[in-house]
Design a protein around this ligand. Sequence first.
Ligand SMILES: N[C@@H](CCC(=O)N[C@@H](CS)C(=O)NCC(=O)O)C(=O)O
Length: 379
Amino acid sequence: MRNDSTGMGCPGFLDAQASDADAIGIGGVQGGWTVWDWSRGGSARQGALIVFVVSVPQESVIGAPRSQPRYWGIHINTGSPMSTEYTPPKVWTWNKANGGRFANINRPIAGPTHDKELPVGKHPLQLYSLGTPNGQKVTIMLEELLALGKTGAEYDAWLIRIGEGDQFGSGFVAANPNSKIPALVDRSGPLNGSGGPIRVFESGAILIYLAEKFGAFLPKDGAARAECLSWLFWQMGSAPYLGGGFGHFYAYAPTKIEYAIDRFTMETKRQLDVLDRRLAEAKYLAGDDYTIADIAVWPWYGGLAKGLLYGAGEFLAVQEYKNVNRWADAIGARPAVKRGRIVNRLQGDPAAQLRERHDASDFELRTQDKLEAVKSAAS
Ligand SMILES: N[C@@H](CCC(=O)N[C@@H](CS)C(=O)NCC(=O)O)C(=O)O
């Protein structure tokens, strides 16, 4: 199994995590065995060996009515795929063991799991993030603002390892009650008139906040502003089908389910066509100018069109979307984009990973290849 991203399908955070073997065991899908109570709902899995025992309950067992007979089964997982024939029980219950390798981060409840304050650096803006497409939007925006000479956009970018559950620390949850990267804390105080730190979560909200604060990359009014916000919100609504739908079922789910892959491939190709048609009539999504709409859409759909997401370039025939490719190349060539896309990255070429960014010079001095060279010289 490749790296999931908590079911959200966000690519780009592969980190040292548990191996596939931890999917095996009670409730596992690739071997081992499971005992379950048939009378509470469920269905046979492909290739399973099932032994039935009818029990006459004298005492209530796991809450079933005493008057009903109970059927118990033993399911031997033979390594066959998870069944697609699943009858949901009346009430879903959280079976932690079924979470496999991601049991520590997939939860049906919100809120912190542990106490941990967030670090604070020297700059006005503190970003808590990770170099997935959702995180890249904000680091690209900050680098673009700095490139324009907006020195108030200097920032510390701290790494949040979502595979290790950092998003459930009390400090992070205070910055984003939704426990997802990216989260921004603006500590510039008097600049905002409030005197205190301002938290902003959801990448779209962060982009608008920064665009308004610095007066850049968001047209002031009229049709251009409406077009920009429309494409910005298009991204927020569309990418979950790409990441949580297509990416999850094509690349990460423990079994390939044709129905799910078909459904989300159809939608992903439709979305690429939506973009391709828009970019046939306009240079950038909002019109003649590069805006936060492009900054939001590029990390997802630019990456997809260049065959960089989910190993799906050939499957989706991404080269056919010529206008998206033209636009993706133009944005990818911007120096600020080249910088922003490597911040908080944990994956890929070490020279293209700046795991934490606290100073503009870090791009020259503190990429992972440089840090590793210093470490090996010292040892
Ligand atoms: N709509 C959110 C999506 C953020 C999101 O899905 N973040 C993922 C990483 S790309 C995350 O933090 N997942 C951790 C988790 O689900 O526990 C945004 O645009 O900011």
